[in-house]
Design a protein around this ligand. Structure first.
Ligand code: PGA
Length: 261
């Protein structure tokens, strides 16, 4: 199995110079790691994509974008937005869709996410679709029903877009990120994560049999100390890492945990 380890830099670092330094450090460590069983991606801020993509050109690291416009895949009067075409032109080949911070702070709901996922896939970008329950939903035992609702976006895209579900198998990743685990240091047990991932894979296969091969990553407070436990968990195909991806050393430790055959 090939695992994915993806660094979501969020609104970091503060300067272009720091983004360049981090990209340079990551390309050096990627050159020394055994990546036979692991694929790597970093997702910088939109304004840093082109410089980071330049620095990582020829390395094992792929570059993604944190967001794309829901309104146009190309150009248009959408102040503040960047389109799928623009992020691709800057050097991104993947995009995050449905991250809980976009859902929470930007009010992105199912319709917006369906539009973004459709535009990404129709533009030949890969998409990392993020799902996960809040702490309250977790405590009420609603995790599986919440993620089933969130996965309906994928079902709608399969039903309504021009993208063949077969092509989606390679260009879609699902990241399960419990909202209460993001940036908090709190994590579910690996048994809980495995059970949830198993359910996600069943739901995907129910949408279309070819989607049973879609990778399902865990995200939420993954760090150098707990990466081994998630890497060993059943049905966990990699990690989406926030805070710990901002230091080359901790990112490398996480990569090494998931790079084991
Ligand atoms: P975290 O963030 O690793 O800092 O918890 C993960 C994410 O939001 O993707």
């Amino acid at each position: 199995m090939t695992a994915w380890v993806i660094g979501n830099w969020k609104q970091n670092p503060a300067t272009l110079a720091e983004a360049k330094t981090l990209a340079t450090e990551l390309s050096t460590i990627a050159a020394s790691a055994d990546l036979t069983h692991c694929q790597l991606m970093v997702i910088p801020s939109l304004v840093h994509i082109s410089v980071v993509a330049d620095k990582l050109h020829g390395s094992a690291l792929t570059v993604g974008a944190q967001d794309i416009s829901a309104y146009s895949a190309t150009t248009g009067a959408y102040t503040g937005d960047c389109s799928a075409l623009q992020v691709k032109n800057a050097g991104a080949t993947w995009v995050l869709v449905g991250h809980s911070e976009r859902r929470q702070y930007h009010g992105e709901g199912q319709t917006t996410l369906q539009q973004k996922l459709t535009l990404a896939l129709e533009s030949d970008l890969g998409a990392i679709f993020c799902i996960g329950e809040t702490e309250e939903q977790y405590e009420r035992g609603q995790t599986l029903s919440v993620i089933e609702d969130q996965l309906q976006v994928i079902e709608q895209v399969v039903a309504n877009s021009k993208v063949a579900s077969q092509a989606m198998t390679e260009r879609l990743i699902v990241a399960y990120e419990p909202v209460w685990a993001i940036g908090t240091g709190k994590v579910p047990t690996s048994e809980e994560v495995s059970a949830t991932h198993h359910h996600i894979k069943q739901v995907l296969a129910g949408i279309d049999q070819s989607l049973c091969a879609v990778k399902v990553l865990y995200g939420g407070s993954v760090n150098a100390d707990n990466a081994d436990q998630f890497a060993a968990a059943k049905d966990v195909d990699g990690a989406l890492v926030g805070g710990a991806s901002l230091k080359a050393e901790s990112f490398l430790t996480i990569v090494n945990a998931f790079a084991q055959p």
